[in-house]
Write a protein that binds this ligand. Sequence first.
Ligand code: FES
Ligand SMILES: [Fe+2]
Length: 392
Amino acid sequence: MTRPIVPREDRIRRTLDHLRNETTDEYETVSAFYPDEFTDPLLAGRERDLVFGRVPSIVAHSSELPRPNDFLTLQMPRNRIIVVRQRDGGVKAFVNLCRHRGALLEEQEKGRCRLFSCGYHRWSYDTDGSLRAVTKDSTFGEIDRSKYGLVELPCEERHGFVWVVDDAVPKKEGTGIDVADWLGPDLDPMLAEYHLEDLVAFRAEGFDEPVNWKIMQDAFLDGYHIQYAHPNTAGKHIHTNVLTVEDFGRHARFISPRKSIDRWLEEDPGDRSLAKYVTETHFLLPNSTLLRQPDHFQLLTFRPHPKDPGRSRMEMRLLVPTVSASGMAEDEWSGRWQKNWDILIAVLHQEDFPLLRGSQQGMASANAGSMVLGRNEVVNQIFHRELRRLLT
Ligand code: FES
Ligand SMILES: [Fe+2]
């Protein structure tokens, strides 16, 4: 269902009203939850199968695979995979495993190659997944090579991102992936307007943390912790507990005001754009936060560990205009974004991760008891509501 989209400047003015009145958007209820949601191996298995095995999630920005035969490898919740740019410009995803005796096919995290060649008995595969060569094949015996190509996963490139469904068995006829349908009529055109495909990933890095993926994801939808957990960093620049939220019934988007907007609390901003005073954040179910800053984007993804509910991998990507689009000299450009990146990394490692590790340890207490999400934690409520929906 499409609903009327409120223009951004109107949503920013609603945020200003929240600041004036010390209010924020609120969910209809508080919601209790239990610690075993973050420790139960059975639930973790259902999440892998019913969430990541069914719906598209982002694995890379297109600029990380700029040329034919560029690849990257990663651990999805259900499969180790290779994502590789095709000679025709498309992108495919395969299970990263040799079909002879199951050796790990590609060990590098990223690279470029014309063939994937197995280290065990040197079978090789084309980057389109087909089995190219069986070594000593006069003695190996007859096999139907078309049956021993790499196992392919549904993969689609859209809005500058590569999306994968982590299950080789299509749920329906067709390719098993439809990102536009998954994003829905509200969010799909919004992402198209951002032209994310014109940006480049200045840096993309992953962090393996001893924390459940939902604890991680929750922390990056949370406008309530800023001044308490980040008093000397983000808390200085961003208001705490003030969000203006659009609930798209699966995904969501919200405005968070910077403190620089305060000059317009008294003075009437008239018709001028207040976009530079806010961050607009998108929650993309199941596991991504996309932040739209005045001059760049940031993508955060959170992926469950394939076995241990108490572990996950976070990836962070800084998506910025290319050097030529920025009009900056190359070293000015890289200096600027490197500084931005370093600040983000410091806050993550020094402030967020220690808190979240402690949270995971606490959840393992035998008598942890129930906990509660407040009405002010709207986007966390949407995340947990939609996850429950996917699991039932
Ligand atoms: S396991 Fe790969 S060639 Fe034997
Ligand atoms: Fe934080």
